[in-house]
Write a protein that binds this ligand. Structure first.
Ligand code: ADP
Length: 301
């Protein structure tokens, strides 16, 4: 079986729903409190694992109880955590989300996710050699991401880089990334003042821009291809991009044409937005195949 290694973040989301937002120094009563598992790295690892891939996670949690639960949740979802190391000097990653009047404000504490620095990467890089594909996001230090991209390039291991949340990238890295998957907002930050059509044509079969409910677009070397999203009644689009990336990795490793891999990823993401929470709606391969929208012609076994 093909092996995916996700090097990235793991976190707990602490979600508070409130009708009133406290002012400075004020205490208020809210309506609801939930915890969800999150972190783009963990989300993408679980998305790929549910779709049948062999997936290992590489990164850090704290030695607190949240770290234990994060690791347990990865294991329950079939993701190997041998290379998830607890660190004593930082808490586990956490996102504190306030939902108020259908909008949200979020404070992210990267905590242990920032422990994956250059020094740590040089200790663990031997563990990456067995990967058929490495997935990265922007929730570990950028210097580590860049070292990983350089190293994978030398080792001829393709990298799927989801540059989210938006952060600038050394343009030197672009030539070494196998697949780059920004959403429209991230695209604008990475390629300021450049036209989408021009940039897509400059990175054929490698740059895939996700367009929310419109789907995703890339250039196949001859022309631009818009792979349309599947129309569904979305209840929570948190994690749509993460499901898309995990599924895209599975499609790419299945060796099917990129357009088919993107259609597969669009369907996984469409199914995921019908469920609550980033991981709540992520489908298994069986659920995908049971969907009337699934196409055998994509060639994904
Ligand atoms: P992000 O979640 O990173 O902001 P997008 O909003 O571009 O990324 O969504 C990623 C993918 O999720 C899209 O390419 C599409 O396949 C799917 N998607 C997102 N929103 C919807 C929706 N409302 N209906 C169906 N599919 C959706």
């Amino acid at each position: 079986m093909n092996k995916i290694i996700v090097i990235g973040s793991m976190a707990t989301d602490f979600v508070v729903t409130t009708k009133v937002k406290p002012n400075q120094g004020e205490t208020v009563f809210g309506e609801k409190f939930d915890t969800n598992f999150g972190g783009k790295g963990a989300n993408q690892a679980i998305a790929a694992s549910r779709l049948g891939a062999e997936v290992a996670m590489l990164g850090h949690v704290g030695t607190d109880r949240f770290g234990n639960e994060i690791v347990e949740n990865l294991n329950v979802n079939g993701v190997s955590t041998e290379n998830v190391e607890p660190v004593t000097h930082s808490p586990s990653g956490a996102a504190h989300i306030i939902l108020h009047e259908n909008d949200n404000s979020i404070i992210v504490i990267p905590g242990a996710n920032n422990a994956l620095d250059l020094a740590r990467f040089s200790e663990i890089k031997g563990n990456i050699t067995e990967a058929d594909l490495v997935i990265l996001q922007n929730e570990i230090p950028q210097e580590a991401n860049e070292a990983i991209i350089d190293w994978c390039w030398e080792a001829k291991i393709p990298v799927l880089y989801n540059p989210a949340p938006a952060r600038k990238l050394n343009p030197r890295m672009l030539s070494k990334v196998g697949y780059l998957t920004p959403n429209e907002h991230e695209f604008k930050l990475l390629f300021p003042n450049q036209k989408l059509a021009d940039v897509l044509a400059a990175y054929p079969n490698r740059l895939i821009v996700t367009l929310g409910a419109k789907g995703a677009i890339f250039h196949n070397g001859k022309s631009e291809v818009l792979v349309p999203a599947f129309p569904v009644a979305a209840v929570d689009t948190t994690g749509a991009g993460d499901t898309f990336n995990g599924a895209l990795a599975v499609g790419i490793l299945a060796g099917v044409p990129l357009e088919n891999a993107i259609a597969f990823a669009n369907l996984a993401a469409a199914i995921s937005v019908k469920g609550y929470g980033a991981q709540g709606g992520m489908p298994t391969l069986k659920e995908m195949k049971e969907s009337p929208l699934y196409e055998e012609a994509w060639g994904i076994k």
